[in-house]
Design a protein around this ligand. Sequence first.
Ligand code: C5P
Length: 217
Amino acid sequence: PVEPVLSGKRILITAGPTVEAIDPVRAITNFSTGKMGYAVAQAAQAMGAEVTLVSGPTALATPLGVKRINVTSAGEMLNAVMQHIEEQQVFIAVAAVADYRPTTPQLHKIKKQQQALMLTLEPCPDILAKVATLPKPPFCVGFAAESENVLEYAAQKRLAKQLPLIAANLVSIAMGGDDTQLTLIDDQGQHALAAGSKLASAHLLLQHIAAMLAENR
Ligand code: C5P
């Protein structure tokens, strides 16, 4: 039995990778499976929240009771998030949004050549940073997956994106697997959570969020 500590809360979650078209048959993406974001969505729903999940392409089933909006690119993810952000109390950005996208996706398939091919990339919009700096932002939570110096980078990201809370984890443990270990960083410092399944970790994260909301932090 899960206590409904998030009942009445509307929570928007992003999950999965984004896919940025190079041409009609090729794209830039990453190895995110969406498992962590889907676990957060499932746990939030179980804790009584009304959950909207904006998801990049994944092979995962939609958690029961969760409203899912499918997107492909970072641009589409940003639009879907902005369309629904106003009514949300909490925004949790778990998606592995591509950092760069081709500046001008080609309308026709690029033909194979003998010489090197140059692609010009531009930064994708930072969805979380945009939401966190809205005039009346929801409670914003970021994820930081790093391959080294996790806690240091995560703490920097929390400040740079103006987030009350960020969850840090090691790519080597988390990526693709069913288990993870999160360290939460907030205004009071670091909180290392127990290692375990992504679903169990999601429950611990959401307990922490519920406590911060209750304390108005
Ligand atoms: O990519 P980065 O390490 O900066 O991601 C940190 C957080 O920001 C994650 O929560 C991720 O979902 C979010 N993010 C985003 N839009 C981006 C890049 C990251 O919402 N373009």
